[in-house]
Design a protein around this ligand. Structure first.
Ligand SMILES: [Zn+2]
Ligand SMILES: [Zn+2]
Length: 167
């Protein structure tokens, strides 16, 4: 059975669209990881990740580039635009994880076409969590059109190279 024969539960991909993927199951363990290696890999305060069994994951367009951040972990990304896409422990064998996943692979929740459908339920790597993490939601906020000129917004729209949120 190929990816084309199966009904995707989620689709996603990188910003430029060179790499697209599909999940054929609902992720079982959505989380955010604050560990220092995830911070670096994502250029962010934490990595939002959601996992499925390897058999429920398929790259449907292009190729993942891979960086082994250690002998235990492989991180997949798009080499054309840099979007972090996957995270996988190389040490996990064929035994199901506590969530029942076999040979688990995680995808970055932000790279899903509908990231709002996957809510994190757990935090990992809390030893490196930013000391002001709990204050972020209270920061003053503004929408993009309140802080960006009409001219710049027009240019972004007319030259947008981001792949749309669907295949
Ligand atoms: Zn890309
Ligand atoms: Zn981590």
């Amino acid at each position: 059975m190929t990816a084309a024969d199966r009904q995707a539960v989620h689709t996603g991909g990188c910003q430029c669209g060179a790499v697209r993927y599909a999940l054929f199951a609902e992720p079982a363990n959505a989380s955010i990881c604050h560990c220092r290696m995830c911070q670096k890999a994502f250029g962010s305060f934490f990595a939002p990740l959601a996992g499925v069994s390897m058999s429920d994951f398929a790259v449907t367009k292009g190729d993942l580039s891979v960086f082994k951040s250690s002998d235990a972990v492989e991180r997949g990304f798009c080499k054309a635009c840099g979007t972090p896409l996957t995270f996988r422990y190389l040490t996990h064998g064929a035994e199901p994880s506590s969530e029942g996943l076999v040979n688990e692979i995680d995808v970055s929740i932000g790279s899903l076409d509908q990231p709002q459908r996957v809510k994190p339920r757990k935090q990992y790597g809390t030893e490196a969590r930013m000391p002001w993490f709990d204050d972020l939601h209270g920061l003053a906020g503004a929408q993009t059109d309140e802080t960006t000129s009409a001219e710049t917004l027009g240019l972004i729209k007319s030259s947008n190279r981001q792949h749309p949120d669907h295949d």
